[in-house]
Write a protein that binds this ligand. Sequence first.
Ligand code: SF4
Length: 278
Amino acid sequence: MSEKIVCNVCFRHCHISEGETGFCHVRKNENGDNVPVNYGLLTSIALDPIEKKPLARFMSGSKVLSVGSFGCNLRCPYCQNYEISQATLSDSRVIRLSPEELVSAAKNERANGNIGIAFTYNEPSISYEFVRDTARLSKDEGMKNVLVTNGCVSPWVLQEFLPYIDAMNVDLKGFTEDYYKWVGGDLSMVKAFIEESVAAGVHVEVTELILPGHNDNEEETEALAAYLASFSPSIVLHITRSFPRWKELSFEPPSTASIMKLCRSAMKHLKYVVPGNV
Ligand code: SF4
């Protein structure tokens, strides 16, 4: 009987049997190797305004060719993108593009205001090989690379693509260990991800999606803002309204007034706080 492999891409350390995939539906044990089954397989591709990533203070007014695949290593019960984040290979409609083909497509969109490639929609960092290989080529062509991520991957994974990333938005779910237990993540791993990225000179913005009764308290928001300000008071924090999705369908979206109140708490420490979905 063949051995299981242990995946160290993220905090879950899945033990994966031959021919099976781990919790994320992405990393597979193929003859003892840990391979991403979604390499070059895209479920979504769109030329988006950079502000939609969201990035509020990075090349404002530009557009970025945004691509996503399927799979995620978290199970946030309110996932706003669950149709692709929770999908598997067998239930995804995909197109296949090599890194070379994607970079060529991005270059063709330059005339339409495109600055490069954004890896987004599902969790891109668990497919780090595709991000690394594509972003390296894109950088060689003088384009920018953007990552939209939950930041819940091991430090060695971040190092695989960090040299080629210009800007990122890290989706920091909540600022307590309890919140991360609820969504099945690892707050300390996200913090290390942010700290390494800022230290590397990447333009980092952070998004917190507000779930009423879970992460909408002012002390917590202020603590998050103080934490970010300890690196730079110029880090942009997006405080964003959630809407009922996937398994969390019964809550009332937070009011605009409650989002603005949280923004004011964050502005005690940060210069740029952006309300989202208001
Ligand atoms: S990347 Fe996927 S397979 Fe690997 S440990 Fe995380 S959830 Fe498990």
